[in-house]
Structure formats: structure tokens, C-alpha cells
Design a protein around this ligand. Structure first.
Ligand code: ZN
Ligand code: ZN
Length: 257
């Protein structure tokens, strides 16, 4: 009886040591296969940040890749003059004809973070824009659509500054062609929530107004940021909007969701 007990206690002890040894060898071989796995994942998700993002105001924005997404964090504070900076600010511009809202930049939280696809999905159906931020402009401020509150933009047109923007309520935002950085040209305006870039009324590919735009103002051609490659992008549509004497920045629908 005593001998059997010894055997029974001895066997688990031996297998315990053996499995420990096995675990050590397993660990050392695991470390190399782990490296292989992580390299494969990196190859799938790391994309170079699109060259157009270099045009964004680096004082206001922090832009980085997160897997297959691009994250854009912005203070929302643009690098151009407007009455909405408020008197005393270096970028304050006296605009006596603007029916200013009660808000000024310094007493308003303009910060926004958006996450967009690094490669927009252009195969799906269209999605309507909604109130609030529909994109971030190269200045760092938000882009809104053609609506104000529950109604058309006309009601708020008097409060828009020289570059088609105002505060209220919420962040400082552009509704119209932002003349501070695009004025009847092919300049980059910003990126919209579907990851598609928005350009001015003209196209870099032809040096004039594009004639093949879809309902969103989009088409596929080269741009100044694509190094000769064709890419789907939006333009500000070259049609005056209502009584504003200017052009809507983007009225939708999104094509890149
Ligand atoms: Zn507005
Ligand atoms: Zn174009």
C-alpha cells in the first residue's frame, strides 16, 4: 500500500516538471511567431496618411492614423480673420454689415474630433448630411451643410461673416464657400465625415469648373494631392445659393459611407 501511494504522488510531480519544461520551450518558440503575427496585422492596417492632410492648419489640428481610420482632433479655431474673434483679438475683423450672434470665439467651445475612413467606401448608397459638423476645413474649423437649426440657411444668412461662417449655436462653422482659403479656385477646403476631400469650385485636373459632377458635387480625377492618381472628391458646386451671393460649401448627400 505504501509503495502504491508513493507512485501515485510521484507521477504527478514528474508530469508537472515535464509540463513546465514544455511551457518554457513553448514560450521561446511563441515569441518568434508572435512577431510574425504582429507584422502581418501592421501590413493590413497601416496606411500612409493622405498627402492632403499636410494642408491642414497644424496649430489647430492633430491628425493621425488609427488602423484604417484617420482621426482629426481640432481646437476649431481658424487661422484667419473674422468678426467672431471678438474685439481685442489679433484676428478680429470689423464687419459692420454682419448681424453677429452673441457668441465670440474665446467664450465658445469650438473643439471637435472626427474619425473618418482612410479609404472612403464608394460602393454603397448615399447618406444625407445632418445638422452639426459635417467635416473639418483646412483652417481647423467645422463645415456645416445648407441648413440652420430646423430651417433653411436664408434665415441665418445675415449673421454669416466674410468667409461664410458664424457661431451659433455650437462651434464656429462654414456654410458657404470659405473665401479665407478658397475663392473661385481649386484649393483644398477640407475633409467630410465620409472621408472624401472637398475642393473649391474649380478642379486642379482641368484648371476650370468641372462639368461631370454628380448630385453631391463629386467626380473622379487627379487632384494636386494625388500624385497623378485619379481619386473621387467633391467640389463646391458653382451655383449661387439663394440671397447669400455665395456658394454652399456642401449640401450632400455623402457618397463615401
Ligand atoms: Zn450655422
Ligand atoms: Zn475635381
Amino acid at each position: 500500500m505504501k509503495k502504491r501511494n508513493l507512485i501515485f504522488t510521484y507521477v504527478p510531480a514528474v508530469t508537472g516538471v515535464l509540463s513546465l519544461l514544455f511551457a518554457f520551450t513553448a514560450c521561446s518558440s511563441d515569441s518568434s511567431s508572435d512577431d510574425d503575427a504582429s507584422e502581418e496585422i501592421e501590413e493590413e492596417t497601416v496606411t500612409e496618411l493622405h498627402a492632403a492632410y499636410a494642408a491642414f492648419n497644424s496649430d489647430a489640428t492633430t491628425i493621425y492614423l488609427d488602423g484604417s481610420n484617420v482621426v482629426i482632433e481640432t481646437t476649431g479655431l481658424p487661422d484667419h480673420e473674422t468678426v467672431y474673434w471678438g474685439e481685442g483679438n489679433d484676428l478680429y475683423l470689423d464687419e459692420p454689415d454682419v448681424q453677429v450672434t452673441p457668441s465670440i470665439m474665446s467664450s465658445n467651445n469650438n473643439a471637435t474630433t472626427i474619425t473618418v475612413d482612410a479609404t472612403p467606401d464608394l460602393s454603397g448608397s448615399t447618406v444625407d448630411t445632418a445638422l452639426n459638423t459635417i467635416g473639418i476645413a483646412v483652417s481647423g474649423a467645422s463645415i456645416f451643410n445648407d441648413q440652420e437649426g430646423a430651417g433653411a440657411l436664408d434665415q441665418a444668412a445675415g449673421s454669416l461673416d466674410w468667409t461664410g461662417a458664424h457661431i451659433g449655436p455650437g462651434v464656429y462653422h462654414y456654410h458657404l464657400e470659405p473665401k479665407a482659403f478658397t475663392n473661385d479656385d481649386a484649393n483644398l477646403v477640407g475633409v467630410l465625415l465620409d472621408g472624401v476631400f472637398l475642393y473649391g469650385r474649380q478642379c486642379d485636373a482641368t484648371g476650370t469648373y468641372p462639368t461631370d459632377l454628380d448630385a453631391s458635387g463629386g467626380h473622379t480625377s487627379t487632384t494636386q494631392y494625388t500624385d497623378g492618381a485619379e481619386e473621387y472628391h467633391y467640389h463646391i458646386i458653382n451655383e449661387l445659393y439663394s440671397n447669400t451671393g455665395s456658394y454652399i460649401a456642401f449640401a450632400g448627400p455623402y457618397q463615401g459611407y
